[in-house]
Design a protein. Structure first.
Length: 183
């Protein structure tokens, strides 16, 4: 019985060591260490395979907001794309109210050559220039295509935490309204 317990203990320790040194963890640790950070980006790590990104756009329609994303990385990384969700409800053509993100490199165009920095760059690009041609939020995309000024007013209103079309949006503003102009 004692021998069996010792064997189980050794197996558990080996599994723990193996987990720490898995190819996915080694690559992710390297990528996060080399991450090009800017004042508008902040990575908050709960653990290596699950972390959050805070993005504060410095220009565009979403300027003045603070957007939080949850990254979940599987042990199959980089062969499997990271799972990324927006943690707030925002009015955006490429992000649905549940936080799912329509970004091609998180879906069909993912390949092991891509990395976390590429995903972050893709998210930044979505906030700088939302893609109305590949929407998850069809109402936002349609509004953007038909009446850009109304789209901008709706984005600003939603960022203040207002309800629009029966959906209550998160207040994501971090700067006084006057610091980013009127829309």
């Amino acid at each position: 019985m004692h021998k069996l317990w010792q064997q189980k203990k050794k197996e558990a320790e080996a599994h723990k060591t193996n987990q720490r040194g898995s190819p996915a963890r080694i690559r992710l640790q390297k990528e996060l260490g080399e991450l090009e950070t800017t004042p508008d980006l902040e990575v908050v790590a709960t653990d290596l395979m699950h972390f959050s990104l805070i993005y504060r756009p410095q220009e565009g329609h979403y300027h003045g907001g603070e957007f939080r994303f949850k990254f979940d990385i599987s042990e199959s990384y980089p062969h499997e794309a990271p799972k990324v969700l927006c943690k707030q409800t925002i009015f955006h053509p490429n992000i649905d109210p549940e936080g799912h993100i329509c970004l091609n490199i998180l879906r069909e165009e993912w390949n092991p050559v891509l990395n976390i920095q590429a995903v972050i760059f893709g998210l930044q690009l979505l906030f700088l220039e939302p893609n109305k041609d590949d929407p998850l939020n069809k109402d936002a995309a349609e509004m953007m295509a038909k009446d850009r000024q109304e789209f901008i007013r709706t984005v600003r209103s939603s960022m203040r935490g207002r309800s629009i079309g029966g959906i209550h949006y998160s207040n994501v503003l971090v700067a006084p309204e006057s610091s980013y102009g009127s829309y």
